[in-house]
Design a protein around this ligand. Structure first.
Ligand code: C5J
Length: 221
């Protein structure tokens, strides 16, 4: 049965069996005090506020039978899947692969690369390791979605203007309809978050819809 939620620029209609909840990069190194994000000087509390509403949405999506996809940004320990340009970016002492407080930064298997415990994937849920910002780049996400008949995505996680935006743009170009619940995505920069959301829904929904998790909870539970 199709469900309808209010959203910007207009209602978002979705069939739960043909919709996936995508949770982008809710990793310890981005969110937790003492992680890579904070070490770079970012205010991690801007991301922490996403956890509670996202947990409620995740629970509702699980109960309603939506496909749940968790992503993690990171690399192989030998960095062979990290473009030299990405490794060089920033120019600081701490970079991808350096030893940080939560293990090697953005390296698969390290503590900081893990998803925060509040949002830990359940056994059987898709966990997608991605080397880039977008969840479609160099992953089998499109194949997994196509095999399940997924047409719509509810995209959540961090950060609004980087990995969430890149993923929504990639999905939109591939023909997926995307809803972003604004309270379930976050940025270290409140102004980027706000403008990032406005950019998605501008011009009649140039690459998606923006809504609120409570409206999704109202129809899913
Ligand atoms: C960033 C992300 N910002 N998950 N990663 O580097 O948005």
């Amino acid at each position: 049965m199709a469900l309808t939620v209010p959203a910007s620029p207009y209602d978002f209609v979705f069939e739960p069996t043909r919709t996936a909840l995508v949770v982008i990069d809710m990793q310890r190194d981005f969110l937790e005090p003492g992680g890579f994000g904070e070490l770079l000087g970012n205010d991690v509390s801007e991301l922490a506020r996403v956890v509670a509403p996202l947990r409620a949405l995740l629970d509702a999506a699980r109960d309603a039978g939506l496909l749940v996809v968790h992503t993690r940004e990171g690399h192989r320990p030998d960095l062979s899947d990290a473009p030299p340009s990405k490794l060089a970016r920033g120019g600081g002492e701490l970079t991808i692969g350096s030893h940080g407080p939560k293990g090697r930064i953005l390296i698969r298997g390290e503590e900081g690369h893990d998803i925060v415990p509040e949002l830990a994937p359940l056994p059987g849920e898709v966990v997608l390791d991605k080397p880039g910002k977008g969840a479609f780049h160099a992953t089998d996400l499109e194949l997994l979605l196509r095999n399940r008949g997924i047409e719509r995505l509810i995209v959540t996680g961090v950060t609004t203007e980087v990995c969430v935006h890149t993923t929504v743009r990639e999905a939109n170009d591939r023909g997926y309809e995307c809803l972003v619940p604004g309270d379930c995505v976050g940025s270290y920069f409140p102004e980027f978050h706000e403008v990032g959301l406005r950019m998605i829904a501008a011009q009649g929904g140039i690459f998606g819809w923006v809504g609120h998790s409570q409206d999704l909870l109202d129809v899913l539970t």
